[in-house]
Design a protein around this ligand. Structure first.
Ligand code: AMP
Length: 397
């Protein structure tokens, strides 16, 4: 399916005040330096297009989780400076979200191609509650609304949904590309289509597993959530992480995979640890050989080989979630091997989710993926088959 919403290509931008929702929710260190500017870089094609087409740009974003009031460590100044550095255009940053000064500046001083940035939207509780008055206030600054914040598109917030009621609302290039790439995975993947799902909890992945079982040819499960599946098959999993209340669901998914002819692949061996500790004593054991006092913290080498063999067969691969406690060197081997195997395959490779993207980045493999999603939650919801409110709010083509 093509993206069915209007984009900045479909609207006259010349001399218009354009309020652009970006996702500058970037990680900062204790000195407020940005440790990963990917999200800012990804917004540049849209911003440069707006500049080239003589729009007057008002950027809005959230950052972190402030509690509905100003907090210096969540101010957007580092993002404004970084953007300025990356595009070589001055970005005038205001210290509030709305004021008479801002209104006056936008109406009387903002020129074609100029950029201003407002303060962190989550300094106002009305952002998250999708408050109508707050949406109207934001909208009153501009003539056109552009949404390019894929990472926030699953949130029904004022700057994502409410604002679109008051202005012509169109998509930027990033939102368009993300939605197009992820929906085409679901609708027209080159086969065999494989999904690799990891992470700690089954309950987080219920809907995505369910939806993908109707679409994929091969489903690989790794990580903490596999133990619920293994236990549901009657295996001893020792002290491994497990959600007993999800065992029926796990059985149901195993049956559904069989019914849908999906090759469901679970680990055959694991790296077990004596304690949940980065330096714990550890050993590789077959999946039915975990000592009752030990726990599985990574997949084993036979599983790595099994996963790799299947990865080599796939023509489309979607990966979300580490297959072990990859933050700890000792239990990162599985995730590292999977990252390399997917990166090196000739398939269309798409990855999403904060931990997965962090792992890919750590191993320097970012460029080797066809697409790395900038939105963990939003990409998951799309693959669960949900419609994103941020996309719904935009004008239909
Ligand atoms: P999630 O937030 O559900 O995507 O899960 C990511 C987290 O799962 C990472 O922090 C991993 O350390 C963790 N994880 C992966 N495998 C295991 C495991 N076998 N036991 C416990 N935690 C795990």
């Amino acid at each position: 399916m093509m993206f069915d919403r209007k984009t900045i290509r479909d609207i006259d931008l010349k001399g218009k005040k354009v309020i652009v929702r970006v996702d500058y929710n970037v990680p900062l260190d204790e000195n407020l330096s940005i440790t990963d500017d990917t999200r800012i870089r990804l917004s540049i094609p849209t911003i440069e297009y707006l500049i080239k087409n003589s729009a007057r740009i008002i950027l809005i974003s959230h950052l972190g989780r402030p509690k509905g009031e100003p907090e210096d460590r969540f101010r957007l100044d580092p993002a404004a400076l970084k953007l300025e550095e990356l595009i070589g255009v001055r970005v005038k940053k205001f210290d509030s979200i709305y004021s008479d000064e801002i209104k006056d500046y936008v109406n009387n001083s903002l020129q074609n191609g100029d950029i201003v940035m407002l303060e962190n939207l989550r300094f106002d509780t009305r952002e998250k509650s999708n408050d109508r008055e707050f949406s109207r206030l934001l909208a009153s600054l501009a003539d056109i609304y552009v949404d390019d914040a894929f990472g926030a598109a699953h949130r029904s917030h004022a700057s994502v949904v409410g604002i679109a009621e008051f202005l012509p609302a169109v998509s930027g290039f990033l939102l368009e590309k993300e939605v197009e790439t992820l929906t085409s995975l679901l609708e027209s993947p080159e086969r065999p289509f494989m999904a690799i799902l990891g992470g700690s909890k089954v309950s987080d992945k219920i809907k995505i597993i369910r939806n993908l079982l109707d679409r994929v040819d091969i489903l690989i499960l790794g990580g903490g959530m596999t133990y619920t599946f293994l236990k549901s098959k009657g295996m001893e999993i020792g002290k491994s992480i497990c959600e007993d209340d999800q065992m029926d669901y796990a059985r149901e998914m195993i049956n559904l995979a069989r019914k849908n002819n999906v090759r469901l692949i679970l680990p055959v061996d694991i790296t077990a640890a004596k304690e949940f500790d980065r330096n714990s004593e550890s050993m590789e054991v077959p999946v039915d050989g975990i000592h009752p006092d030990w726990m599985g913290l990574d997949i084993g080498s036979r599983t790595v080989d099994l996963f790799k063999k299947n990865i080599a067969e796939a023509r489309t691969i979607f990966w979300n979630g580490p297959v072990g406690v990859f933050e700890w060197e000792k239990f990162s081997k599985g995730t590292k091997n999977i990252a390399f195997a997917v990166a090196e395959s000739n398939a269309v490779t798409v990855a999403g989710g904060g931990d997965t993207v962090a792992a890919i980045r750590r191993y320097g493999l970012t460029e080797k993926f066809s697409h790395i999603s900038s939105g963990g939650g939003a990409s998951m919801e799309l693959l669960e088959g949900k419609i994103l409110p941020g996309v719904e709010a935009l004008i239909k083509k």
